[in-house]
Write a protein that binds this ligand. Structure first.
Ligand code: FAD
Length: 478
């Protein structure tokens, strides 16, 4: 007799595993299917995020930042080091230990909450049945009242630079370098390219980023992207905009990359090349031809605002559906779907999903940019506060960047918070909380902020919206 569950989740990334835990917490008999195996051939839960995404990249960003600070930022504090070395295999090993701890943590949470883990490949059949194929080829049919598809995404390959995971790598390969490449190329100036490029640049690689678009970080507010480009260039990252890669040739331990830009045909030699041009949804062998689940024109599983697919009782969440490819978006979609399965009212505020780039300075934003709002014909007031005027940032010797708050000129409601600088991700989250509750800039300005904190920059930017900042000269008089 086949196993039957209230909820079967396919994929144990941050979308799927969070949905499975929530479903079990709400009393639903739940199973989660996952096929990913770590380097030791063991089942590893947690998806891209825990295994080869958010967490390992942040582990390397933190290690490399400590090295960079020790090398370049300690002397100002009066600290000198006679010799500074970095053991790359040890750094990569630390990252792997963190990943192991977290993926094991998800397995423990499944156990504690009573989620059944099913190892293998899941495929949705018609009638909310799921075919589970184990690694040894054994096939089992599982029945479910509700199925949640959370199969995630994988890196996009481009024909001019085929990944061999030796000289030309994708984001996963770039987390495993055993030595610092002398000359590192990165195709794509998106979040992943900038973060991974930063890791290796801080450790001494000469990094060149080739970006086909003319605009740098087009999703960010223009003031932020201009500041970021200026700062990254100063840090030694060579970011070439409008550079379209046309081919590559691996020659031993090197790769010659050809590209075209405004000046015509160019070529450049690297010791390693990271291809980071985006990610595509994983739907390979996920849906039987008669499953009834539709894809959209870009290959994502088609869903409505509540992550309902074209088949009643079948949902899809995370990177495999439209919207931002972010772990927190995937998780919240998972929670929403399960709450709705239980008959609770739940919805997501897709307008308030924060975006973060964990470079230094960190870049983060929530809500709309000044350019978007202006294009929509919304009149706005803007308040900006530079970290150069923040006592806390000065104490930390980390004064680059600013906080920018955009508010509706008529209602003063905050419509966007954009930060480039220290702890940008944490500051933007405060903005997101304020925006979720419909705060005005004046509301934030009237709150008491601890002194000295970086958060005071958010306070001052809110005050600056109405021309009332205390610690800078206001552009606008009250
Ligand atoms: C280098 C890098 C850094 C990143 N940094 C951040 C960050 O800082 N913050 C952030 O929010 N996001 C970050 N992301 C993006 C984030 O990892 C993804 O948005 C997130 O993991 C998506 O979650 P998901 O659950 O939709 O899918 P995934 O995490 O991709 O998980 C899907 C899981 O489903 C499994 N699966 C697929 N098909 C099947 C099947 N048929 N049967 C069984 N199992 C299946 C896969 O093996 C996988 O484990 C980063 C990504 C990368 C690559």
């Amino acid at each position: 007799m086949s196993q039957k569950f209230d909820v079967v989740v396919i994929g144990a990334g941050p979308g799927g595993y969070v949905a499975a835990i929530k479903a079990a917490q709400l009393g639903l008999k739940t199973a989660c299917i996952e096929k990913y195996q770590d380097k030791e051939g063991k089942l590893a839960l947690g998806g891209t995020c825990l295994n080869v995404g958010c967490i390992p990249s942040k582990a390397l960003l933190d290690s490399s930042w400590k090295f960079y600070e020790a090398k370049n930022g300690f002397s100002v504090h009066g600290i000198s080091t006679s010799e500074l070395n970095i053991d790359i295999p040890a750094m990569i090993g630390r990252k792997s230990t963190i990943v192991k701890g977290l993926t094991g943590g998800v397995a423990s949470l499944f156990k504690a909450n009573g989620v059944t883990t099913l190892q293998g490949h899941g495929k949705l059949l018609a009638g909310k049945k799921v075919e589970l194929t184990a690694a040894d080829g054994t096939v089992e049919i599982i029945e479910a009242d509700h199925v949640i598809l959370a199969s995630g995404s994988r890196p996009i390959d481009i024909p001019p630079a085929p990944v061999d995971q030796k000289v030309i790598v994708d984001s996963t390969g770039a987390l495993e370098f055993q030595q610092v490449p002398q000359r590192l190329g990165v195709i794509g100036a998106g979040v992943i390219g900038l973060e991974l490029g930063s890791v290796w640049a801080r450790l001494g690689a000469q990094v060149t980023v080739l970006e086909a678009l003319e605009k740098f970080i087009p999703a960010a507010d223009e003031a932020v992207s201009k500041e970021a480009l200026k700062t990254f260039n100063k840090q030694g990252l060579d970011i070439k905009l409008g550079a379209r890669v046309t081919g590559s040739k691996v020659e031993g331990e090197q790769v010659v990359v050809s590209y075209t830009d405004a000046a015509g045909e160019q070529s450049i030699t690297f010791d390693r090349l990271i291809v980071a041009v985006g990610r595509r949804p994983v739907t390979t062998d996920l849906l039987a031809s008669d499953s009834g689940v539709d894809l959209d024109e870009r290959g994502f599983i088609y869903v409505d605002d509540y992550c309902t697919t074209s088949v009643p009782g079948v949902y899809a969440i995370g990177d495999v559906v439209r919207g931002l490819m972010l772990a927190h978006k995937a998780s919240e979609e998972g929670i929403m779907v399960v709450e709705r399965i239980k008959g609770h009212k739940a919805q997501m505020n897709y307008n308030l999903i924060p975006s973060v780039i964990y470079t230094h300075p960190e870049i983060a934003w929530v809500g709309k940019t000044e350019q978007t709002l202006k294009a929509e014909g919304v009149e706005v007031n803007v308040g900006t506060f530079p970290f150069a005027a923040s006592g806390r940032a000065m104490a930390a010797n980390d004064t680059g960047g600013f906080v920018k708050i955009i508010a509706d000129a008529k209602t003063d409601r905050v419509l966007g918070v954009h930060v480039i600088g220290p702890s940008a991700a944490e500051l933007v989250q405060q903005g997101a909380i304020a925006m979720e509750f419909g705060s005005s800039a004046e509301d934030i300005g009237m709150m008491v902020f601890s002194h000295p904190t970086l958060s005071e920059a958010l306070h001052e930017a809110a005050l600056a919206v109405g021309g009332g900042a205390i610690h800078i000269q206001n552009r606008k008089k009250r």
